[in-house]
Design a protein around this ligand. Structure first.
Ligand SMILES: Cc1ncc(COP(=O)(O)O)c(C=O)c1O
Length: 433
């Protein structure tokens, strides 16, 4: 989408339009919100970005990466579309509109394709990362005796999807770990351990771009090279596919998700991208798509990746507002977003390391970290740390996965500020018995 069109989309919801349903109040103007994300000199105005979010006043919220707090343009786009659905639910089948034109699955998939560096026909739409992973593991053509190779640190959504699908196919799941100590691991350790684990029967290597269990940012391009090498000489039905749960990397790392070297990239678009809650995508490489079969009827499309989208009527006002979230991210700029997240995360990790009794469990190296920082405090349970922070109006969260040690987490998004990170550090440093 061009910059002018993007601004029009962000700014134009209120200027609308014969498209607003008769009798409904016009959507309020968004021009102010759209314009202020950049200063006249072109720099991002982070305070203005923050004002787009209706977070609870008085709180420092460092747990915004679970599910999106809708920023103003997305919220207004949803309201704008919902008015059209409510006025005439059948309107969905003859076209809903954002102020700059008709919206629908084609437009949603095109905007996502533009953002991830892929093509619209390579994208299936889902309601979440979890649904996407289910679509992928259940949809892959698998022979009895083949296996899915995942890691202990992958999210339970991927681990469970693999387990459930494997049980149906007479396949198996094997979990490994690609490092001994996450805080000192290297790209070399990760790739060497993976290379040693792949077997001729390995049909999937499942991995996670940014682990919510440790904060590790996995080196996907290097992992992809290992998988490529293991595939040499294999027939398509025996090929090992790289499936990436990318939900905490999408809109947090400045890279084209469709060009990382993965065969399949799965992500909710309702976390770091700030898409409407209940939205997600699956991108499938054109070289892998013929290895997948739909699990559900699809109302999105019957060919290519679209056919993998679980069908039925959906929350269209949410799904079709996704291009607005993408436009907002593009307006701020993917490099600026990623740099801000990295800067805040680095500030958190370095600050935590200076606090007595705190152990940081996320690598410090910028190439191995992103927006999630995991830590523990000696002598205190994670819940005590979280409760103490909440007492001081600082929201932290905990990774509570049965297969990995639980950690307290700081998530640093673009709605957060350096001052908030410092406030959290001050509160954590003030923990006393
Ligand atoms: C790494 C990872 N994958 C998947 C999920 C599930 O995401 P969704 O809510 O989009 O299904 C989470 C949850 O936060 C996660 O941390």
């Amino acid at each position: 989408m061009s910059s002018i069109n993007r601004r029009h989309l962000l700014a134009g919801l209120g200027a609308a339009t014969g498209l607003v349903v008769a009798g409904a109040p016009p959507a309020p103007a968004l021009a102010r919100d759209a314009e202020v994300v950049r200063r006249p000199d072109g720099a991002v105005d982070w305070a203005a970005v923050r004002r787009l979010f209706r977070t609870e006043p008085g709180w420092t919220n460092l747990a915004m990466f679970y599910i999106s707090s809708h920023p103003t343009p997305v919220r207004r786009a949803i309201e704008h579309l919902a008015r059209q659905v409510d006025a005439d639910p059948l309107a969905v089948s003859h076209g809903l509109s954002l102020p700059d034109g008709p919206t629908g699955w084609d437009r949603v998939r095109s905007s996502l394709a533009d953002y991830i560096g892929g093509r619209a026909e390579e994208i299936a739409m889902t309601a979440s990362t979890s649904v996407g992973l289910g679509v992928v593991y259940n949809g892959l053509v698998v022979k009895p005796g083949q296996e899915f190779l995942l890691t202990e640190e992958d999210h339970t959504s991927q681990r469970t999807a693999a387990r459930l699908a494997a049980a149906k196919f007479g396949a198996s799941v094997r979990f490994t770990s690609l490092f001994r100590d996450v805080t000192t691991t290297t790209v070399r350790e990760i790739t060497e351990r993976l290379a040693a684990e792949i077997r001729p029967t390995t049909r999937v290597v499942g991995t996670t771009w940014v682990q919510s269990s440790t904060g590790l940012r996995s080196p996907i391009a290097e992992i992809a090279a290992v998988v490529r090498a293991a595939n040499e000489g294999r027939a398509p039905a025996d090929r090992c596919l790289l499936v990436v749960d990318g939900v905490h990397g999408l809109a947090a790392i400045d890279a084209d998700a469709a060009r990382l070297g993965a065969d399949v990239f799965v992500a909710g678009t309702h976390k770091w991208l700030f898409g409407p809650r209940g939205t997600g995508l699956v991108w499938v490489s054109p070289t892998a798509i013929d290895q997948f079969r739909p699990t559900f009827i699809s109302f999105v499309g019957s060919a290519g990746a679209a056919a993998l989208s679980p069908g039925g009527f959906l929350a269209y006002e949410h799904a079709f507002a996704l291009p607005v979230a993408v436009a907002l991210h593009q307006e701020i700029g993917r490099p600026a977003v990623a740099a801000r997240i990295a800067e805040l995360g680095d500030r958190a990790r370095r600050g935590l390391r200076r606090i007595r009794r705190v152990r940081v469990h996320t690598p410090l190296a910028p190439e191995l970290s992103a927006g999630i920082t995991c830590f523990t405090v000696d002598g205190f349970t994670n819940q005590e740390v979280i409760d103490h922070a909440a007492h001081h109006h600082v929201r932290l969260s905990e990774s509570t996965y049965s297969n990995t040690p639980p950690f307290v987490r700081i998530g640093t998004g673009v709605m957060n500020t350096p001052a908030e990170v410092d406030r959290a550090l001050e509160v954590i440093a003030g923990l006393r018995r």
